[in-house]
Design a protein around this ligand. Structure first.
Ligand code: FES
Length: 509
């Protein structure tokens, strides 16, 4: 299974690509076009089809290519934004609503697994949060009390299932986990069984609005009355790009010499926090661990981050072998809650984004809420998660710092291959942003020694991309668009790739 980076997750290895079965009649005007075949799009698709809507789902690459395939696949009612923060910013009643919404998301996943017989290792587990300093311990007490007030069952625990020293710990029952891509494939199959059309390797472009939407795509025009952008962040430039900030999280899966695997979902209280769970793949148990998050495009050496994660894990576990390492992207929202509903300023276009580190939970919820909105049922959470809401919370002004480093276009200028390549004394597999006269050029030397040169100006809103050495991608620090070494678009919100500098043209002059 291909993914949006060089490193495959534990969910992507040895999983064959999903094969669509239903045919697309290009003359048909669909009720709904769903853009994106991750957790949000496929959940919405299954629910809409089962409600009698006729949908077409367009995935830019293959099912499991994007962030759902790179998640660590937790389903929680305890969230990255703690309930005491939600109470402070939104009020006690809204904190209860958030708890209830996240519980509904877990129930929904369990219900779909049962209804469609999806084999995805769904299981309920207790979660533990542990504190290892006095200050964290006080915070944890506040979190436990606020969680209880919101309706999440929480209790003090004298035990945690990982070999870490701790001062205080809290247990939350009825959390859950899944195998991410087995679940996605199960949803895709259910969606097609319900009559939905699923097209892969289809990049969606401009949208025109008339009697219905007419949407350009790499496979031809798609016609639909409503659109769902289930693309992690919507394409184009929208208010939401200034209210969501992209982050990368690092994960690995390893075996233990002792065979003593933890039963539960475990989180510490570091900032960023570390997390652990167990997963069995083909009869072999693994601990899946993650953390060391940073804002996308703001880490000079992403391979070093993996080294730090590994050193941390080796300091606590009797690791036998580390079989998988990967990183993945998520979007933090400005006020800590997701944006789910109609895209601001765009009627009949829906979106789910800003899930923070709770993508499987909120992606499932978004699929359900958007289905309710499209089928004319009232969603009781619509106002709380309204993408148009403005909630000024502490730090809002500093939340998304736009990269002011806008440079003029240089494509069309003449480049001397010898001189530019000499600017970057790169080893094979390395990349750099080199200065060329008044401009920058993004250079990558492949394993055969060939230099790939790109205009580093992100086509979304003109920020300068940065190299992610671990995933071998150019990542935009502003809103999280990502591009392959040859400029191909991996993830939006940009709608197209980076422009290549064509050496052949220059050499031919
Ligand atoms: Fe917005 Fe690059 S993603 S400028």
């Amino acid at each position: 299974m291909k993914r949006d980076g060089a490193l495959k997750s534990i969910w992507q290895e040895n999983i064959p690509d999903y094969q669509s079965v239903n045919n697309w009649n290009k003359d048909e005007v669909f009720d709904v076009l769903i853009v994106g075949g991750g957790i949000t799009g496929l959940t919405a698709g299954v629910l809409l089809q089962s409600e009698g809507k006729k949908c077409i789902l367009a995935e830019a690459y293959n099912i499991g290519f994007g962030t759902t395939g790179g998640t660590t696949a937790h389903l929680n009612t305890i969230l990255d934004t703690s309930y005491d923060s939600i109470e402070k910013d939104f009020g006690a009643e809204d904190a209860k609503m958030v708890a209830s919404a996240s519980r509904e998301a877990i129930d929904l996943v369990e219900g779909l697994v049962t209804r469609y017989g999806i084999d995805c290792d769904f299981s309920y587990l207790p979660a533990y949060i542990y504190a290892d300093t006095a200050e964290q311990s006080d915070r944890l007490d506040e979190i436990r009390e606020a969680s209880t007030r919101a309706g999440v069952v929480a209790s003090c625990s004298e035990h945690i299932p990982v070999p870490m020293a701790f001062k205080n710990a809290c247990r939350f029952d009825m959390q859950a986990q899944i195998h991410a891509t087995k679940y996605l494939h199960g949803l895709a199959k259910a969606y097609e069984t319900e009559g939905g059309v699923l097209i892969q390797h289809c990049i969606v472009g401009n949208v025109e609005n008339g009697q219905h939407f007419t949407v350009d795509s790499s496979l031809g025009e798609i016609k639909a009355h409503k659109i769902i952008y289930a693309t992690h962040i919507p394409p184009g430039i929208n208010l939401l790009h200034f209210r969501c900030a992209p982050y990368r999280s690092y994960a690995c899966a390893f075996t233990l010499k002792s065979g003593d695997y933890p039963a539960g979902l475990i989180y510490d209280m570091s900032d960023p926090y570390n997390y652990f769970r167990t997963q069995t793949i083909n009869g072999r148990q693994y601990i899946v661990a993650g953390g060391f998050d940073h804002k996308t495009g703001h880490e000079a050496n992403t391979e070093q981050v993996f080294r730090e994660l590994e050193a941390y894990l080796r300091g606590h576990f009797d690791i036998d072998s580390i079989d998988y390492k990967w990183s993945s992207q998520y979007f933090n929202s400005a006020d800590g809650l997701p944006y789910i509903g109609e895209l601001p300023g765009a009627e009949n276009i829906y979106v789910g984004t800003g899930y923070c580190g709770n993508g499987i939970t909120f992606g499932s919820l978004a699929g359900k809420m958007i289905c309710e909105m499209i089928t004319g049922h009232e969603s009781k959470y619509a106002e709380l998660f309204d993408p148009s809401r403005i909630k000024i919370v502490a730090g809002f002004a500093d939340f998304v710092k736009e990269n002011a480093d806008v440079i003029s276009k240089f494509i069309g200028m003449r480049f001397d291959y010898e001189k530019v390549s000499a600017l970057a004394e790169l080893a094979p597999g390395e990349a750099t942003l080199a200065d060329w006269e008044d401009h920058k050029v993004a250079l990558y030397k492949d394993e055969n020694g060939r230099i790939h040169a790109l205009d580093p100006v992100c086509p979304h809103a003109k920020c300068i991309v940065d190299w992610n050495s671990a995933e071998k991608s150019w990542d935009c620090p502003c809103h999280g668009s990502r591009f392959a070494y040859n400029g191909a678009l991996l993830t939006g919100p940009a709608r197209k790739g980076l422009t290549q500098v064509k050496w052949e043209d220059i050499e031919g002059d």
